[in-house]
Each structure stands twice: as C-alpha cells, then as structure tokens.
Design a protein around this ligand. Structure first.
Ligand SMILES: C[S@@+](CC[C@H](N)C(=O)[O-])C[C@H]1O[C@@H](n2cnc3c(N)ncnc32)[C@H](O)[C@@H]1O
Ligand code: SF4
Length: 514
C-alpha cells in the first residue's frame, strides 16, 4: 500500500490513542529532525485526524486534547501547514472532505473575516425564491402550508430579481429555488434568460410537478439553465404520495422528466439534469428502487443522455427536530432523524447501490452530501454537523449568503425564506423597495450591526449549508479570540490572501461535479 493509502485508511477509522505503527512511520518521514520525536509525531497525527474529520475543530479544543500551550501549538501548526502531504490528508482525504469543499472558497475570499468584523460585501451566494405557492406538502419542509403570495406582486417582484442580478459582481453566484415552488412564477424563464445573457450560470431546483411538455414549450427560457435539479419525493405511487400528499405526483413528475430529457438532448445538451433525494427513516427501502427508477427513465430517453447526476441528502431537521412550533397545523407529521441503526443499515444499502450503479448506470454522478459521504464509503461516520439556535450568528452572514423572495424580503437563512413561516420575521434583513436597493438594505444591515435575539428552536431556520457556515464563522472567531487565528493555524488553504486575489474564488453552484 502507498503512504497515501495507509493514511487514508487510518483517517476513515475512529481516532485512537495507539497510533498504528505504519501511520507513525509515515508521519515521521515527513517531519524534520527537530520535530521527529514521539511526542510531536503523536500530536501531529491527532491534529491531522481531527481536522480531516471535523474541519470546525477549534484551536482551543486541539490545545486541550494534546496538552500544549499556544506558543508551541503555533509552531506545530506551521510544521503541518508547510507540508503538502499533511495538507492533502486534512483537506482531501478524510471523512470531512465534503465539508472542506464547501468551506474553502469562503475562507479564501476573506468573507469569514468580513462577517466577524461587520464589513459589508455583496453576498457570495444569492438564492432567488420566486415561487408563489406550492402544490406539495412534504413533511420535512418548513413551509407554511397555508400561505401563498398574492399573484399581483409578480411583475414588480421579477423586475426586482433582474435588478439584483444585474447588480451582482462577477464573484457572486445565484441559484433559483424556494421558498415555495419556483415554476409557479410565470416569469421564471425570463429571469433565467436574463441572468444567462449576463454570463451567469443558473441552477434551478424544482419539484418538477409543473415541468410538463406544454410548460416547457411555452417557457423557452428554461433552456438557458446551466442545470436543473428535480427534488424527487418517491420511487413509486405509494412512497411519493406518502411525502407529497399529491395523488398525481408520481406519474406526472416521471413523465415530465422523460419528456424534458428528450427535449434537452435536442435543444440544449449542455444543460445538466439531476435528481435530489432526501433520505428519511420512512424511505430507506426506496434507495435501490431509486437507482432502478433512474435506469428506467434513462431507458425511455431514446435520443441520448439521461439523468446526469443524483444528490442524496439527509433531512436537516427544519421541521422534524423535535419542536412543534410550526408543526401543529401541518397535514401530517414525520418522525425525527435517522437512528444509528438505520445509518448502519444504509452502509449495506449504499454498497449495493454503488456496485449496481457502476455496472448499470456508470455515467451517473452521485453526490452523497456532507454526512452521507462516509456511509457511501462504507463507514458509519458522524451525523450531519449542526448547531443549536443559540449558537447562530447574532447578525447572520449576509456577506456569504442570503435568499430573496418575490416580495423583496431578504432572508439571512434559507429555511427562514418561507412566506409567513412562524417566527421567521426576525431573520429578514430588510425589504428591497423602489427606494432601497438590495445592496442598500444589506449594507445598512451589516454596518448598523443589528443583533438578533435567537432561541434554541431557531435552528429550524437553517439548512445543512447554514449549519456549516455558522460552524465555520464560529470557529474562526473562537480561534481568533484564543490567539491562533486561521493565519497561524495548521491549514494552508485558510491563509487569507491579498484583496486582488480574493475575488477569484467563486463559489461553485452546481452539483454535477465534485
Ligand atoms: C424547499 S424546496 C423548494 C423548491 C421546490 N419546491 C422543491 O421541492 O424542489 C428546496 C429543496 O430543499 C429540500 N428540502 C426541503 N426540506 C428539507 C429538509 N428538511 N432536509 C433536506 N432537504 C430539504 C427540497 O427537497 C428541495 O430540494
Ligand atoms: S419541499 Fe418543495 S415541494 Fe415540498 S412542500 Fe416544500 S416547497 Fe413544496
């Protein structure tokens, strides 16, 4: 086995005090004479292992774990930071590699520092929520199931979306999602085409219910998308009805998908098409059928490529996390998260899934998401990284990410971006109006240092990305307060760079490649 393979295997296992002999020997090879001593080798191993699995592990925690003072830790950090092999292990080879993928551009862009220092910057990531209503009732979705927007706001709302798009600097990215169901906005195609005309890559997330051949023929702007991801809510009539409570959902979406793919192959083969599938305790047994579903869809697309990518996600607990704040009026209730037993079960299921995928559907790009990546590798790993509501940033992180809806309301957290979701108003940074532009509202919000009173149950307003961003900013602040900011830490890629370079690190807004 190569050095890299030995280390990778070790990083996949739970950290234990007795470091395996081969890991010890390899680590020692990469250390200079001064640090090539047992006590240092063990410390270096622990730092690498911890950070490769939990990129949010703070310097204070590390200092406690290995029992050294700050001065010594700063020196050791430099040794690790200057070694390319150690850097690769931390950022690319551990169970936390998906988290690292998301984190890196934000640190390199200097956005994390700007959040901590209350400095304004146009958000790196803007989510447009143009939907006016939704026809499904997914049990894990935080939407207010009774709320719909007044359709008369559409014209102004769409003009506002275009204004926001034209004000975006080159380093920012957009996505179109919800909120509610984006295809319910009849001007959606125009918004997509407008963004494309300015050179932007536009991804769309939709439940696919309205993506009928007739809709597609009337809304040619849809072909200007870079990618379209359908959130699939079941693999047969029963499982789809269980989640959506819509009797037509299964057949309609499947047919829409097949017809869309045929047209895609004729009109714009560059458009990447994928599915998202949320795994909840109730649908674990639909994962193999999910692969069969994709294979069947592909077989019906008789003029070229079928489904390009699949993202598999865990419920991030927007509704199911045990509180009943906005659960009482819902059509049905779902239980909580996957149990450890169910996660163990998933390891076997994913193994069969991966084996069959390679044989029967090898072109499909599968993205297992932050916490599922370990299960996909055949390892239990840790559940999704989450923080409590009290740990949320007092002023959000609008320099990094916001969502904006058809009324012009700018939401600090994406799961807050549902019309009339109880308790979400405190997470609205402000409203874009004829007088106040998107930038005016955000600049004022940031520079005034507005502080939000959070409660523990407010964690329901965060999706998995928001949990991760919160953890990242909290870590950066903790390390800074501890006296070992990222610049003195063990990760090379977290060193901030000069302003001229910062803007080059554009955030990825696609799911069709790693
Ligand atoms: C809120 S939906 C809005 C767009 C559209 N209505 C749809 O369902 O695709 C945006 C995405 O969030 C996902 N989602 C909603 N609640 C979730 C949860 N609790 N955990 C993980 N993903 C969730 C949906 O499946 C969808 O892919
Ligand atoms: S997840 Fe999407 S489709 Fe499901 S209820 Fe929420 S907005 Fe509607």
């Amino acid at each position: 086995m190569s050095d890299l393979d030995v280390m990778k295997k070790w990083l996949q296992e739970e950290y234990t005090i007795g470091i395996p002999k081969d890991v010890y020997a390899i680590t020692s090879k990469y250390l200079s004479k001064k640090y090539n001593k047992k006590s240092y080798i063990l410390k270096v191993c622990l730092i690498i292992h911890r950070l490769s699995e939990m990129p949010w592990y703070t310097q204070e925690q590390i200092s406690e774990d290995i029992g050294i003072d700050k001065k010594e830790l700063i020196k050791l950090n430099k040794v690790i930071r200057d070694c390319d092999f150690f850097q690769q292990l931390i950022v690319k080879e551990g169970l936390g590699r998906k988290y690292w993928n998301t984190i890196i551009p934000y640190v390199k862009n200097g956005a994390v520092d700007k959040v901590i220092n209350y400095e304004y910057q146009f958000p790196l990531r803007v989510a447009l929520f143009p939907g006016l209503s939704c026809m499904y009732y997914c049990g894990f979705c935080g939407r207010n199931q009774k709320a719909i927007y007044d359709p008369s706001i559409i014209e102004k709302g769409n003009e506002r979306f275009k204004n926001i798009i034209s004000s975006m600097p080159k380093y920012s990215t957009i996505s179109i999602s919800g909120g509610l169901e984006p295809l319910t906005n009849k001007g959606l195609g125009d918004i997509i085409s407008y963004a494309k005309s300015l050179g932007m890559k536009v991804p769309l997330i939709t439940n696919g219910h309205m993506l009928t051949p007739s809709y597609v023929s009337k809304n040619s702007g849809i072909w200007d998308l870079d990618s379209l991801r359908i959130s699939l809510y079941g693999t047969d009539d029963e499982s789809t009805y269980f989640v959506t409570r819509h009797k037509k959902a299964y057949n309609l979406v499947k047919n829409n998908m097949i017809e869309f793919l045929k047209k895609r192959n004729e009109i714009n083969p560059d458009l990447k098409f994928g599915l998202n599938y949320i795994i909840i305790p109730d649908n674990i047994d639909t994962i193999i059928p999910l692969l069969e579903y994709i294979i069947e869809v592909n077989s019906k697309v008789d003029n070229g490529r079928g489904v390009d990518f699949l993202t598999i996600r865990e419920d991030f607990g927007s509704v199911t996390d045990g509180d009943d704040i906005d659960v009482k009026d819902r059509i049905y209730h779902l239980d909580g998260f996957l149990s450890t037993e169910q996660r163990k079960n998933l390891i076997d299921i994913f193994k069969e899934f991966n084996d069959r995928k390679e044989k029967e559907c090898s072109e499909l790009h599968v993205d297992f998401g932050y916490a599922m990546v370990a299960l996909g590798d055949g390892i239990l790993g840790k559940p999704l990284a989450r923080v409590s509501g009290k740990q949320m940033r007092v002023s959000g992180y609008p320099q990094m990410s916001v969502a904006v809806d058809s009324s012009g309301d700018i939401f600090l957290y994406r799961e807050a971006g549902f019309l009339d979701r109880p308790g979400n108003d405190k997470f609205i940074a402000g409203r874009v109006t004829d007088k106040d532009t998107f930038e005016d509202v955000l600049r004022e919000f940031v520079e005034n240092g507005k502080v939000i009173d959070r409660k523990d149950t407010d964690c329901r307003f965060m999706d998995s990305y928001d949990h991760l961003m919160t953890i990242l900013v909290n870590q950066a602040e903790s390390d800074k307060n501890f006296g070992i900011p990222f610049n003195l830490g063990p990760v090379q890629i977290r060193l901030s760079e000069s302003n001229s370079k910062q803007k080059q690190y554009k955030i990825s807004n696609n799911w069709y490649k790693d």
